[in-house]
Design a protein around this ligand. Structure first.
Ligand SMILES: Cc1ncc(COP(=O)(O)O)c(C=O)c1O
Length: 408
């Protein structure tokens, strides 16, 4: 009886999508209904290991008891009140996050895109106050910073073309090309915006030396360094933020995704002097910093610290990479294994959409990015045994796909 009811629900979720939604997502044909740790179940009762974690959102796994408890408690107290008033969960989170990140000030948003948008606005305001109005913001080839008109302005010409006109004053430089940055960064540059590990761009980390050199270049030219850690932040790379591996700090940091444990939150953090370029009323939000979401995020940061999840990501990431290197020896279609901690991309020499769909049928959720990169972003709480199952399933799906392609 229960199974029948569930099946009806699946039908309706999938058919409602066809008739009512903007057609923007090419969804896999399953309806996810519940999750626990690294496991999710669909409406047919099938279980999956979630090695994607809502694209780096569920870093504590699904429904972590401490996050659920914090949400329950706050929901019974105060869900929303305006930023016209002081809010305890927001202040608590602001203190914890700024201290952990080593940056003095924070502004909370509802998403990653809005955090990037805030960072771009702050950079322009800061430049304007230095008589450098309209100065250029540089980004890097392969980047992904969001889908608003501002964040989209940092992307490639190809990505921008369907939405012209976008904002002036943006330029992209080749990936990790320090000489190009040396040539271009100068008086007319407001900021350099970089992901320490590109996510949507195919899981591409820049080297720690590159990060250090960019930091020095920005210091020498009085240019702001904005690091976008929306995907790679909150412990995923083996440190709370990836810049900590390089022993530097950005002038502005954007973070989101994993920060809310599944509730929508983003944040822009900045050095005191940079943040003070904003004056009262220059920026704001209705929902950003909402007490419910901040209570959840505060619980997330506590768990990351108490359960030493960044360290865990480092150790499990190394284990996963060494297993993948073993696989690469028997699968010539694996061209490269990239990433940091539990942010891992496997470059194949063929498109991976079908492979990822097959992995789903075999009980593992992953993702295909940049056409031929299989991306793993599992919860940092995933067990070693679960990782081994993910590897076995990847191996089996790869074998099946390679065989299929031989036949064609
Ligand atoms: C590095 C990076 N920046 C910005 C964004 C946009 O975040 P959101 O989808 O929360 O708006 C993403 C999303 O994938 C991202 O990976």
């Amino acid at each position: 009886m229960i199974r029948r009811k569930r099946r009806e629900k699946t039908m309706s979720a999938q058919s409602l999508e066809q008739s009512h939604h903007f057609q923007l997502y090419k969804r896999y044909p399953i309806t996810l209904v519940e999750g626990d740790g690294a496991r999710v179940r669909d409406s047919e009762g099938r279980e999956y290991i979630d090695a994607l974690a809502g694209i780096a959102v569920n870093s504590l796994g699904h429904c972590h008891p401490k996050v659920v408890a914090a949400i329950r408690e706050q929901a019974g107290k105060l869900i929303h009140a305006s930023n016209l008033y002081y809010l305890e969960p927001q202040s608590r989170l602001a203190k914890r996050l700024t201290e952990a990140a080593g940056l003095e000030r924070v502004f909370f948003t509802n998403s990653g895109t809005e955090a990037v948008e805030g960072a771009l606005k702050l950079a322009r305001r800061y430049a304007g106050k230095k008589d450098n109005k309209g100065a250029t913001i540089l980004s890097m080839e392969g980047c992904f910073h969001g889908r608003s008109m501002g964040s989209l302005s940092t992307h490639s010409d190809e990505q921008k073309a369907p939405f012209e006109q976008l904002l002036p004053g943006f330029e992209q430089l080749p990936f990790e090309d320090i000489d190009a940055f040396h040539r271009v960064v100068g008086e007319q540059t407001a900021a350099v915006l970089i992901e320490p590990v590109q996510g949507e761009g195919g899981v591409r980390p820049v080297s720690l030396d590159f990060l250090r050199e960019i930091r020095t270049l920005c210091d020498e030219t009085d240019t702001l360094l904005i690091l976008d850690e929306i995907q790679c932040g909150v412990g995923r790379t083996g440190k709370l933020y990836a810049y900590m591996h390089a022993g530097i700090r950005p002038d502005i940091l954007t973070t989101a995704k994993a920060l809310g444990g599944g509730l929508p939150i983003g944040a822009v953090l900045a050095r005191d002097e940079v943040a003070s370029a904003f004056e009262f009323g220059d920026h704001g939000t209705t929902f950003g910093g909402n007490p419910l979401v901040c209570a959840a995020a505060d619980a997330v940061l506590q768990v990351v610290e108490e359960e030493e999840l960044a360290e865990r990501a480092q150790v499990l990431g190394e284990h996963m990479r060494s297993e993948l290197l073993d696989l690469a020896r028997k699968h010539p279609s694996i061209k490269e294994i990239r990433g940091l901690g539990l942010m891992i991309g496997i470059q194949l020499d063929f498109g991976c959409k079908e492979l990822v769909a097959d992995m789903m049928k075999r009980g593992v959720l992953a993702n295909c990015t940049k056409d031929s990169v299989v991306r793993f972003l599992p919860p940092l709480t995933i067990t070693k045994e679960e990782i081994d199952t993910v590897i076995d399933v990847f191996d089996a799906a790869l074998k099946a796909r390679e065989k299929e392609m031989e036949r064609v």
